[in-house]
Ligand binder design. Structure first.
Ligand SMILES: O=C(O)/C=C/C(=O)CC(=O)CC(=O)O
Ligand SMILES: [Ca+2]
Ligand SMILES: [Mg+2]
Length: 367
């Protein structure tokens, strides 16, 4: 089964006229958790109250659901709702949103495109996971239409973005908060699970506005996430890749948090790229350590994303600006159409697998 008992991602769903509540995906059904487990925490319209309970509760709940689905089938069948009957909502209330820049291949490509003739990686890049704070309020669930942004495109140019792009990323969702002034503990004590992210980017707005403070309006108009949060516990882990120079103390890895996740980017029904998460330079435990080393606190519902996932091969790039080399090498489709950047009506879907496990997909159409 595609979404079997080894997977069990969490989401928020409703049927027409019903209040949104928490469920778990099982095959082509959603298990309605509040009545199935007799626990009102799942009657909430977001995962936040459950995520705040912490790792022991996450583990116990997962084991309980697995037992009920395998042993207690008559009981659970009453609470399994076919997916086609439900609407899926934003699964958690997004507290803060941070976006990193952890792919060495993406950073090298973007450096060459935006700063030709200079060293593509900035001097800090191998010493810390570079990131910026994004806009939590414009994180939307998969399926939400994305309106082409307008803005300043240069000194005397204002209008609709002409270089609308995607960024295929993995997002990490925080369950357990910290208090202001104390750095976070172990990664697995705080992070509940992962979601696929499309960090829509207006390259022309970005290129003009972002010096020297970083991305602002070029990325704040919409960020899409998948409706299903895959629990960390379900994901196979691998060692992170070698890092040179060795990172400073607080960034040294304590355990393996590399993830062997294979992504696919689908544009109007055709696969245009296959980015491998295993090629990321900085691992998510390092992102969390960096984000909190100054004493900044975490809140339940914080989302931090990996940054665009690009592998070393041309067919593994996680954005159109890289895949088309800033529009100079347009993509060709079987219909004969070509694309440099997104046009109105285009639909982009990012999907992923971790070994045998399927992750929920994130999709959006430009309007
Ligand atoms: O290096 C630059 O000038 C620009 C970088 C990006 O646009 C990438 C970004 O926002 C972070 C990421 O997704 O990797
Ligand atoms: Ca990004
Ligand atoms: Mg964004």
């Amino acid at each position: 089964m595609t979404f079997g008992v080894d997977n069990l991602p969490y989401g928020v769903f409703s049927r027409p006229g019903e209040a949104p509540r928490v469920g778990v995906r099982y095959g082509d059904h959603v298990l309605d958790l509040a009545p199935a487990l007799h626990d009102e925490v799942f009657a909430a319209p977001s995962l936040n109250p459950f995520m705040a309970r912490g790792r022991t509760a996450w583990r116990d709940t997962r084991a309980l659901i697995q037992n009920k689905l395998t042993d207690d089938t008559s009981m659970t069948e009453r609470h399994l709702i076919p997916l086609e009957q439900v609407r899926l909502h934003l699964p958690f209330e997004v507290a803060d949103y941070v976006d990193f820049y952890c792919s060495i291949d993406h950073a090298s490509n973007i450096g060459q495109i935006f700063r030709p003739g200079t060293e593509p990686l900035q001097p800090n890049w191998r010493h810390l996971p570079v990131g910026y704070h994004g806009r939590a309020g414009t994180v939307v669930v998969s399926g939400t239409p994305v309106r082409r942004p307008r803005g300043q495109l240069g000194p005397d140019a204002f209008g609709p973005c002409a270089k609308l792009d995607i960024e295929a990323e993995l997002g990490f969702v925080v369950g357990v908060p910290t208090t202001l002034g104390s750095p976070a503990g172990a990664f697995e004590e705080h992070v509940f699970g992962v979601t696929l992210v499309n960090d829509w980017s207006a390259r022309d707005i970005q290129a003009w506005e972002y010096v020297p403070l970083g991305p602002f309006l070029g990325k704040s108009f919409a960020t899409s996430v998948s409706p299903w949060i895959t629990p960390l516990e379900a994901l196979p882990r691998i060692p992170g890749r070698a890092q040179l120079p060795e990172p400073v103390g607080y960034l040294r890895r304590q355990s393996d948090w590399g993830l062997d996740i294979s992504l696919e980017i689908v544009l109007n029904g055709e696969v245009v790229s296959r980015p491998p998460y295993s090629s990321m330079y900085w691992t998510p435990d390092q992102m969390l350590a960096h984000m909190t080393v100054n004493g900044a606190s975490l809140r339940t519902g914080d989302l931090f994303a990996s940054g665009t996932i690009s592998g070393p091969a041309p067919g593994e790039r996680g954005s159109l600006i890289e895949l088309t080399w800033n529009g100079s090498e347009p993509l060709k489709f079987s219909s004969g159409e070509t694309r440099s950047f997104l046009e109105d009506g285009d639909t982009v879907t990012i999907r992923a697998r971790a070994g045998e496990l399927t992750l929920g997909e994130v999709s959006g159409t430009i309007v």
